[in-house]
Design a protein around this ligand. Sequence first.
Ligand SMILES: [Zn+2]
Length: 269
Amino acid sequence: MMGPSHALSGAAVWLAGSWALDHFADYHQSPLALAVGTAVCAGGALFPDLDLSGKVTRNQGGATVARTFGVFSLFVAEVIEKISLGVYYATKLSRDPRRNNGHRTLTHTLPFTALVGWGTTTLCAAYGKWAVVSILFFMIGLALRGLFDEWAERAGWVIVTLASAAAAWYTFANLPGDRGYPMIGLAVGVGCVVHILGDMITKAGVPILWPIPIKRRMWTMIGLPNSIALRTGSKAEVVVLRAVLTAVAVLAAVGLVAPGVLRRFDIEI
Ligand SMILES: [Zn+2]
């Protein structure tokens, strides 16, 4: 799946989940909290692809997400890719094939997802304000890059960076403290899981079972068979899948915001 589809699926899942909580569990969130959760989940849904690095010195290549903050994020992607490859070789069994890059390994596993979600929450709890602003800045940057792909490409990474910094600061200044922190960790974690599921419907698959060894393989790639797998960049992805995800996101958002607007309208009349 391409970057924008991943980001969109993260946003759609967070909005649909929030709608379900609002509707069935009476758990209400302010419009700002909803917007932040959606942006962070969309960013989280791109995060695992930070293991696809490009050419740092020439500022080229890499996953969409790796180009979010220009050479800085390309460099981070390079480091994550090398660490992932290191973990692959450290844990590989005799029937796991040799690899020359770490893409779709460590960052596409459930233990990694749990670690990222827990780590985010812990950082926010331990360092408060500055951790929250930094994480929001990073995640909103990824979300902007993914959701508004063409704009981000035209605007360039400096504008994307400035826009995410402004959004992070505004959010932080207006979001009520304690309740928001665990939510940020949850949104990042949910985003990562949504990414992994998105990659599972492609042919290459993901090592979702890691670290469970199966037939002398630690990194069994689970994906759909060729005949029904989603081809990256195909019409099924770019037109059909994105239309469905957009519809889910919009319906959930309307369902969440409309009752409040109607209520206010009633009172004012
Ligand atoms: Zn991926």
